[in-house]
Design a protein around this ligand. Structure first.
Ligand SMILES: [Zn+2]
Length: 457
């Protein structure tokens, strides 16, 4: 089938889908292309002069992809990327189709795609990425992915189908173990954190996911843990040990709710980074982006300067002012993410005001048992003022009760937001922690109450 024909049909479908208002029409062209010409995405991607980059892992894909796109653009690339949430094969195919002319030409110089962990092996064979970044592997929506080892093996299969350069998190044992699938050891790069400040809160290991040796299954020995199972480890039985990263955080000068300042050594040469996204997890996202940038030949100074100008990806950390109160909207979707958010924003505050909005629709993950994996006891001050809402608000209230934290459920989401705002003293700060669909609802609600363009950042 001629390329122009497939492109004309799929582009028409995208337009029609948008006109009918069907959920943005992100995936439809990809679905049709799979029927008409299953190799379309590969044919289009092959024309990108600087190749294809893929970003995968449980947490931070969207943020890291955004960081990498900004860095590459600052370095003169024209970046083609998939939109948030369309990180399955058909979403990537759709992104390529909508960017292509009818003759199949792309303006972009490089393709940058965030890819769902389970989908990676379905796209690497065809799109032949030149670079693959693997951020971390945490328990997330277990009903969909199964065990972490299975997820790692799926990513491994995806890697093995390529000759890509790999950028692996040295501090995540399962991610670092993916070096086995590289087509050559020379293609493996590691990023990691050597030092955090001594006063960083000690996150209890209850949120840990993967503390077994990926090779011999012995329990790994950790000399440091930064969050979850991310840290410095060695296997007492075999020769598995944290690899030495070639891009590493060597010192953290400051870290608070407004971001952090740290030193990154790239092949031993230090660069100062001022990064306006809070949390250790975001430091790792920045580090992953710097690692990839280095592998693509971007000077560390260019990467650092771009990171300093970063704003939060949609829905991850948003801040606004409402009726004289400062509100943070912090998306939570799994135990490690929630642990990090509580650690960063809540754990050191006196009498913080919180609203948990927990739902269990498909996009949230149907299983909310992960709430029990978060060490709420250690992270929520006992004098916190806590409200819960959402479809599973009652489950959250029960979980908090067992953590010794009193909370009140307000069933109706708009009423819960109003109530939170009223509870916060004027000039004070509150935190809204929603799962995905609850976040969309609350964001819409807040947008009606306030001028989004001016106050959202
Ligand atoms: Zn071992």
């Amino acid at each position: 089938m001629p390329l122009w024909f497939t492109l004309a049909v799929t582009k028409a479908a995208a337009t029609l889908s948008r006109l009918l208002g069907r959920g943005g029409g992100h995936a439809l062209p990809g679905v049709i292309a799979e029927r008409l010409d299953p190799r379309l995405a590969g044919r289009l991607a092959a024309s990108l002069p600087h190749g294809v980059i893929m970003v995968t892992g449980t947490n931070g894909k969207t943020t890291t992809t955004k960081l990498i796109a900004s860095i590459l653009e600052a370095n003169g690339e024209r970046v083609l990327t998939n939109s948030t949430g369309s990180n399955l094969k058909r979403g990537i195919t759709s992104a390529l189709i909508s960017a292509a002319s009818l003759r199949g030409r792309l303006e972009a110089t490089v393709g940058l795609f965030e890819v769902d962990e389970a989908s990676l092996r379905r796209v690497t064979g065809e799109l032949k990425p030149d670079h693959i970044v693997v951020l971390n592997l945490f328990r997330d929506q277990l009903d969909r992915y199964g065990e972490l080892d299975t997820t790692a093996a799926l990513i491994g299969e995806g890697i093995a189908a390529t000759t890509a350069r790999l950028y692996l998190n040295a501090d995540d044992p399962l991610v670092a173990s993916l070096h086995r699938y590289a087509s050559s050891p020379d293609l493996v790069h590691y990023f990691g954190v050597d030092e955090l400040p001594p006063d960083a809160p000690d996150v209890p290991p209850t949120a840990s996911d993967s503390d077994r040796c990926p090779v011999c299954r012995s329990r790994l020995e950790f000399s440091r843990t930064f969050y979850g199972h991310i840290g410095h480890y060695a296997c007492p039985t075999c020769d598995v040990v944290r690899p030495t990263p070639d891009v590493a955080v060597t010192a953290v000068d400051s870290a608070d709710a407004t971001g952090s300042r740290f030193t990154v050594a790239v092949d031993g040469r230090p660069t100062e980074v001022v990064f306006p996204l809070a949390g250790t997890y975001n430091m790792y996202n920045a580090l992953a982006a710097m690692s990839l940038a280095h592998g693509c030949g971007v000077a560390p100074a260019v990467a650092a300067e771009t990171l300093a100008g970063t704003v939060a990806a949609f829905g991850r950390v948003e801040e606004l002012t409402l009726d004289g109160r400062r509100l943070f909207l912090l998306l939570v979707k799994n135990p490690v993410g929630l642990t990090q958010v509580l650690e960063t924003f809540v754990s050191r505050e006196a009498a913080p005001h919180l609203l948990f909005a927990v739902s269990d629709l498909d996009a949230d993950g149907r299983d909310v048992s992960w709430l029990w994996d978060v060490p709420m006891e250690a992270l929520i001050p006992s004098d916190a003022v806590v409200l819960t809402t959402g479809i599973r608000g009652a489950d959250m209230t029960l979980r908090l009760h067992y953590a010794g934290v009193a909370s009140e459920e307000v069933e109706d989401v708009p009423s819960a937001v109003e109530r939170l705002v009223r509870e916060i003293p004027v000039g004070g700060t509150g935190y809204i922690l929603p799962t995905y669909t609850a976040m969309l609802a609350i964001r819409k609600l807040l947008a009606q109450r306030t001028s989004m363009q001016e106050v959202w950042r």
